[in-house]
Design a protein around this ligand. Structure first.
Ligand SMILES: C[S@@+](CC[C@H](N)C(=O)[O-])C[C@H]1O[C@@H](n2cnc3c(N)ncnc32)[C@H](O)[C@@H]1O
Length: 234
């Protein structure tokens, strides 16, 4: 008999249209925000059903109907401690359809855990999307794990900031002017973890603003800076 879970995981490794959804919280959020699940598996159906009844009764029935029970060892390097994984279709991403609301632009982020944390806070705070530049795929499984599956809650994808000529561009820069009221539909640009914003993006910005910090502190963590700005805009 074909092992459809193993086949879907193998397909997901080579197909950018498929993503690994790793763990209970990622699956819960994926379902709440309309993900199309291709396969889902658990190594302990009874434990998963208890977890779902306790933490996500709204999607518990769907989870119960979706999962195959089977060993997870050997399918992925380190099975998630909640004993569940799934493969989902990656939603189509159209940068032209973004908004209304603030869109977070991460310039060449290096740490996929930071990308996931940014997606998570943008989903919570009502961000209209998260864009990235640079070589890293913002839908990498490590980023999806960091967002607890909240990639499905808002548009996330790679984009060229040049495609947003009409949007006010606000650059977050520890050397900028003090943070005040921001335009509601702005592109909020954050620099790379070590080097900050590129001179080209900083030069294109309509404003450069800073989050106040105690003297001696050089900068905030990237995802922390995004959280402050999204919640501070009111
Ligand atoms: C870890 S920081 C980069 C630090 C880099 N050495 C610099 O000077 O920009 C990553 C990004 O978070 C944002 N950031 C961090 N702290 C900030 C602050 N206090 N004010 C404004 N932006 C900040 C900036 O966009 C920065 O490029």
């Amino acid at each position: 008999m074909t092992d459809r879970v193993a086949a879907a995981l193998t397909a997901a490794r080579g197909d950018p249209g498929l993503v690994l959804v790793d763990g209970f919280h990622a699956l819960k959020h994926a379902l709440r925000f309309g993900a199309e699940i291709v396969v889902a598996a658990t190594d302990d159906r009874a434990a998963l059903e208890r977890l779902a009844a306790e933490l996500a009764p709204d999607v518990a029935e769907t989870i119960g109907a979706l999962v195959d029970e089977r060993p997870l060892a050997g399918l992925v390097d380190r099975p998630h401690h909640t004993g569940v994984l799934a493969v989902a279709r990656r939603p189509a991403f159209d940068p032209a359809a973004l908004g209304p609301g603030p869109v977070v632009l991460l310039e060449d982020p290096r740490h996929l855990g930071n990308v996931g944390a940014v997606v998570r806070v943008a989903a919570a705070a009502g961000g209209a999307g998260v864009l990235t530049t640079g070589p890293r795929d913002p839908w990498d499984p490590a980023a999806l794990r960091g967002s607890a599956g909240l990639h499905f809650a808002l548009p996330v994808g790679r984009a060229d900031p040049g495609a947003f000529g009409e949007w006010p561009l606000v650059a977050l820069d520890p050397g900028g002017e003090p943070l005040g009221a921001l335009p509601p539909d702005a592109l909020l640009a954050f620099g790379t973890e070590r080097d900050g914003l590129s001179p080209a993006l900083a030069a294109r910005a309509d404003r450069r603003v800073r989050i106040p910090m105690r003297p001696g502190v050089s900068s905030l963590n990237l995802a922390t800076a995004v959280a402050v700005v999204l919640y501070a805009r009111g």
